[in-house]
Ligand binder design. Structure first.
Ligand code: ZN
Length: 97
């Protein structure tokens, strides 16, 4: 049986990138590849770690910005919005800019 304390201890954890905010202050993040929990920290530095859930029933500003067919995720705890990462596959260099 794998020792859970050993797992993931040494690898660097990919981080989500903040790409903007809505006018009401909701943070818009781009997910790091393969990440399924929220990596935001609150004012005290505590990790949110809420689940990112597919969000189908968005409206208003989110709908205006990303359109009706966007793949949108939302943290169930802090309500930050997450967009999927388009670099889920290994980097080849073709996306360098
Ligand atoms: Zn969160």
């Amino acid at each position: 049986m794998a020792n859970p304390r050993y797992a993931e201890a040494t690898r660097p954890v990919p981080q989500a990138v903040e790409i903007g905010t809505l006018s009401d202050g909701t943070r818009i993040m781009k997910r790091a590849p393969r990440i399924r929990s929220c990596g935001l920290k609150d004012e005290k530095g505590k990790l949110c770690a809420g689940h990112l859930k597919r969000w189908y029933f968005y409206g208003g500003e989110v709908l205006e910005r990303f359109g009706p067919n966007a793949e949108i995720y939302r943290c169930e705890k802090c309500r930050a919005i997450y967009l999927p990462n388009e670099e889920e596959e290994p980097r080849t260099g073709t996306l360098c800019w």
